[in-house]
Design a protein around this ligand. Sequence first.
Ligand code: CA
Length: 236
Amino acid sequence: MDVKRVLIVEDEKNIVDILRFNLQKEGYETLEAFDGVTGLQLALEENPDLILLDLMLPGMNGFEVCKTIRDKGKSTPVLIITAREAEQDKILGLDLGADDYITKPFSIRELMARIKANIRRVGMLSEPTEKEEALYLDFGRLVIDQGANLARKDGNDLELTQREFELLTYLASNQGKVFSRQELMEAVWNYEGYVGDVRAVDVAVRRLREKVEDNPARPRYIITRRGAGYLFQNDG
Ligand code: CA
């Protein structure tokens, strides 16, 4: 079994110490950077399996680091570490391509679960899926080709992130069925028994609508059921 490597980008030394200790105890190797520029460099050169990224960093902040990693075409999972109550930070981070965030002060158990889930998700994507029949969903204007890992609307490829594609595929392959945010966290984000913050689902749905819907303010595909969750319908 290959050892997974986690890059810690955090300028607070005591937090780095706690993270390193717990990650190594769980069998991970760690790389550390105490500023944004070094963090970015290690992210690009060392290809870690996951990046833990603080936002407030000397030199280059976490947002810029995350955005640059994505601009360089790297899909390494990025888990943002953010201060409590900074709701805008979370949304902006997810918009810039982060996969997830965790709020300081965080519980080590919760953090380890998140790290594991995000690394496992990537592992499952790269494994061959011969057992699963590749799904081809044709909704007329909208087509989802799971074999090609591609969604198309009116003949044009949609530029979806992997997570957006998975979310769309999951909802669309269960057309008409309403899923709660918790259920989507478990099915698409792989968080087993998830009970925490489900804002990531709303952000992903909003971004997906911007790419899929004619008018994101009046969605015809990805529908909100107030107090229940989201469903896919083919009304485009
Ligand atoms: Ca900091």
